[in-house]
Design a protein around this ligand. Sequence first.
Ligand code: ADP
Length: 475
Amino acid sequence: QRALGSLGKSRAKFISAEEKTGVTFADFAGQEYIKRELQEIVRILKNDEEFQNKGIYCPKGVLLHGPPGTGKTLLAKAIAGEAGLPFFAANGTDFVEMFVGVAASRVKDLFSSARSYAPSIIFIDEIDAIGSKRGGPDIGGGGAEREQGLLQILTEMDGFKVSTSQVLVIGATNRLDILDPALLRKGRFDKIIRVGLPSKDGRFAILKVHARNKYFRSEGEKDILLQEIAELTEDFTGAELQNILNEAGILTARKDLDYIGREELLEALKRQKGTFETGQEDSTEVPEELKLRLAYREAAVAILACYFPDPYRPFAETEINSIRNQPNLRYTETLGRVFKRKVDYVNSIVRSCAPRVIEEEIFGVDNLCWISAKATLEASKLAELLILQTGMTAFGKAYYRYQNDLVPNLAAKLQALRDEYMRFSVEKCASVLREYRPAVENITDVLLEKGEIKADEILDIYNSSPRIPQPAVSP
Ligand code: ADP
């Protein structure tokens, strides 16, 4: 347990000049202009006097901002490593404590330590934790306390003179928008550098850095493979690219291979994409059996959407790659619902039956699964809505609430009428799907092969596939 006496002491990690951070600018790849700017700052820091004679001073603060994993911490360490200066690494959250006065005294403690080692570097990661706008909503609590800490930072940065005992403060944040503007004023963080996502060339360069200690069959093959990965990794951060190479290394070792090959890299990329997209450790693949069911379902829904187009919600595309975002045809922009006729309601009930009907048709009534359960529920609800709330059915012109005691035998009457609509809808839906069975199969094939299909292709298949005539369905 931490002694109360140390509460006001800074928790910053200290790396002396002799220990070195072990990081240099060579470790940061891509975005060369950032390196050039920071290299200049390092030169000024190192030859303090020479530059001072020319009237060039080091900025007091450098603020690095950009998404997490883009190398902000790496850059701060590189500055310290290159300049050979003592390095104090803190985190904005270190200062925030519910006890009065602690934040301010921790800041004071950090700056006075840094000053006693000057020239030196203070790095405050996640500076937004202490440096967000004053007077804003106090989300985490301890707002007044935090503001004291921020004020102390401002005071400290204003306090030290430029020419002597230089302490360079480097801040990092991915929330520039919430920082208190006072921090960004001249004489505080007067150099603001955006560290963004790397370009394709940048990604290649980053991959090269992290491939330095990995085995490839040859330098030539390494370059070709890394180029390919760089092409496939738009929107990836440096940290994610590093993970891909590490993962590929692990896979290679697991397979007892001597060199990282294309297969391992692509597999690692796939895994990283999984974590990248879902934010979870492992990606959930859709099992084959489920894929088949999803494909048939989407195909059936697509055919019904062609047969009874919804004028207000034209469909655009569908896919079967993820269970999570159950697509059921994505629709394009919805028009305002100006008027909706009874036939539109009935058609929408028929459309809603498609998942249930096709599943029974293909897999048999004993092999239904949860995929179609939701569809049945939705269709019944639509039927009830039509009967109870629109006044468009034989049920009459009144608006009924679903309460047994208001109308004698309401439940029974409703049930009978709803069953009638459901019977018709299911029969109609089955008839359409039988008539268009070849088109259903064709769309299913495309979905299984490519994982997705767009509206144009669906319409092509719908219009060009042979049809199997069916007897009329009577309402
Ligand atoms: P941030 O501080 O922006 O969240 P980090 O500096 O912690 O990101 O990045 C994590 C790791 O990702 C780094 O230690 C480094 O290995 C790798 N990395 C990120 N960006 C780059 C880059 N531009 N060049 C080389 N490596 C990078």
